[in-house]
Design a protein around this ligand. Structure first.
Ligand code: 9MG
Length: 279
């Protein structure tokens, strides 16, 4: 089994991580089995479209989202991970969860990275990461999904987010966890205003300079609608999503987490081809 890709490709392109949300608002119409099948089909389609890896999540982290139980989350994600692993044994799968028990079951089912928007703040999470020994993505979030957009505040958003990620990485390293397996993420849209998001995006090189791989996720997020007021529907945010993915690549990010895999992978390849002719 190949190791989960947490470094950019040899030509500098970030790894393209395709998003698979196994939540009722994503694949709900035909009941549990149909939802699972739809999520599996969607995941296989993303791999065919050029995804280097997939991020499977069973709990919405959108602003205002309510938490779900461990049992509900397991019920949503484990059959999907098992189905993808059975169909494509080489597929690289990340589990998007804040819950150590879900991360453990997902890794046993075939996941090779733990993507935690809560940066392992749950009880026992750093110890579980140590036990599992897979790479972990530590994301910055101010507050929790239900309330995080209420009134976000920072003294200096770049320094505050970088300090937080350093502290969370430190907590993980203190368990004996391998530094080579830590990925950082500034958490675009998680407890941030438009200005906070744009300042963080403009400062991605600073996060890359911290020396750990950086995962960047801004695909179809609401801040794009704050810039282009016509893009109220998330499906109308492809242009903005591509613009920030290309910027993330130029800034040295290792992974871009996206919905539109084919379009993003193509844009990244074209950017690399052009850069070969730059003086
Ligand atoms: C689950 N999820 C939603 N948005 C995300 C982002 O920007 N980064 C990471 N790591 N996970 C995210």
């Amino acid at each position: 089994m190949l190791a989960f890709p947490i470094r950019p490709h040899a030509d500098g392109r970030p790894q393209v991580m395709g998003i698979v949300n196994v939540t009722p608002d994503s694949f709900s119409d035909g009941g549990r089995h149909a939802s699972m099948q739809a999520a599996r089909d969607h995941a296989l389609g993303l791999l065919d479209a050029g995804a280097d890896c997939l991020d499977i999540g069973g709990e919405s982290t959108r602003p205002g989202a309510e938490p779900v139980s461990v049992a509900q989350e397991l019920d949503r994600v484990i059959p999907v991970i098992e189905a993808i692993s059975a169909e494509r044994p080489d597929a690289q799968i990340s589990i998007d969860t804040m819950k150590p028990d879900v991360a453990r079951a997902a890794v046993h089912a075939g996941a090779g990275l733990w993507n935690d928007v809560n940066a392992l703040r749950a009880a026992g999470a750093p110890e579980t990461a140590m036990e599992l020994g897979v790479p972990v993505c530590l994301m910055h979030m101010q507050g929790e999904p239900r309330t995080m957009q209420a009134d976000p505040h920072y003294d200096d958003v770049v320094n505050d987010v970088a300090r937080y990620l350093g502290q969370r990485a430190g907590a993980l390293l203190s368990t004996g966890f391998d530094r080579e397996l830590i990925v950082l993420d500034p958490g675009i849209g998680f407890g941030k205003t438009l200005a906070h998001n744009l300042k963080l995006i403009a400062s991605l090189e600073h996060f890359v300079s911290l020396g750990l791989p950086v995962l960047f996720g801004a695909s179809r997020k609401r801040f794009i609608n704050a810039i282009d007021e016509t893009a109220t529907d998330a499906m109308d945010r492809l242009g903005g999503s591509l613009a920030v993915a290309l910027h993330a690549a130029r800034s040295g990010c290792a992974i871009v987490r996206v919905h539109d895999v084919r379009e993003t992978a193509q844009a990244l390849k074209v950017q690399v081809a052009i850069s070969r002719y730059a003086d």
